[in-house]
Design a protein around this ligand. Structure first.
Ligand SMILES: C[S@@+](CC[C@H](N)C(=O)[O-])C[C@H]1O[C@@H](n2cnc3c(N)ncnc32)[C@H](O)[C@@H]1O
Length: 228
């Protein structure tokens, strides 16, 4: 199906959230990081400003900053309404309120939008869609998926997840995925299938706790590592 911005709900997290979701520390600063489905997150903008090499891929990068900004404005109230209607699905410890969530998400998206034209020209925002990546083997040290794989388990079946993760593991020695829950906050049924599939094909597949929980029960990431 061709990419249509009307089907995308632009909603982006910031670098502090990525660091917590993926347990990133200073050992990652010297490496090359690939973010798959980074959308309007400010991870790339913030990390690049600190001298860390980050490349983001997303079909959203087919369109202009103005089109993304329009879509953010069109969908913001609807997303905020959904959050207000389902507060029990979330943990409000680090995020004090729905209003603060909206403020932080908009700040991240504006940071992204300010960086997007330059980042696109520098090859840091690349239009591409899993399960295919336009990169050579081993171009990256670490590949991340935040709020794409497992979250949209209804739209993407197990075979898609395995193909996408194989592709990420082709271009990076290690892959991390967060969260392991699907929309609605229930555990993704694909996690077990993915762990079994990679365990039997020459990779370490582990589920690890992280210091981040916003979807209630969503405080674990999947880590895949190729055997050397
Ligand atoms: C919920 S957003 C998450 C954005 C960001 N990763 C974050 O956590 O803040 C999901 C993103 O996945 C992107 N996406 C959808 N299908 C994709 C695919 N097949 N390959 C890569 N990205 C995809 C969407 O365009 C959207 O930007």
């Amino acid at each position: 199906m061709p990419f249509s911005i009307d089907r995308v709900v632009p909603w982006g997290r910031n670098a502090a959230e990525y660091r917590a979701m993926f347990a990133l520390d200073d050992t990652h600063r010297g490496g090359r990081i690939l973010g798959c489905g980074d959308g309007p997150a400010s991870f790339n903008a913030e990390m690049s400003a600190q001298g860390v090499t980050v490349v983001s891929v997303d079909p959203l990068y087919a369109v202009s900053a103005a089109a993304i900004e329009r879509r953010v404005e069109e969908t913001f109230d609807e997303v905020m309404d959904q959050m207000r209607r389902n507060p029990d699905e979330f943990v409000w410890t680090h995020m004090p309120s729905v209003e603060e969530l909206g403020r932080r998400r908009m700040a991240a998206m504006h940071r992204f939008l300010a960086d997007y034209p330059r980042g696109k020209a520098e090859g840091r925002y690349v239009e591409a869609s899993l399960p295919e990546l336009p990169f050579e083997d081993d171009e990256f040290d670490l590949a991340l998926s935040s709020h794409l794989l497992f979250l949209y388990s209804d739209q993407f079946n197990l075979a898609f997840h395995i193909r996408a993760l194989e592709e990420m593991l082709r271009v990076a020695a290690e892959v991390r995925v967060f969260p392991l829950l699907q929309i609605g906050g229930t555990p993704s049924l694909h996690v077990e299938g993915v762990v079994d599939a990679f365990g039997s094909r020459g990779a370490d597949a582990t589920v690890e706790p992280v210091q981040y929980e916003f979807q209630r029960g969503g405080n674990r990431m999947l880590r895949l590592r190729r055997h050397r």
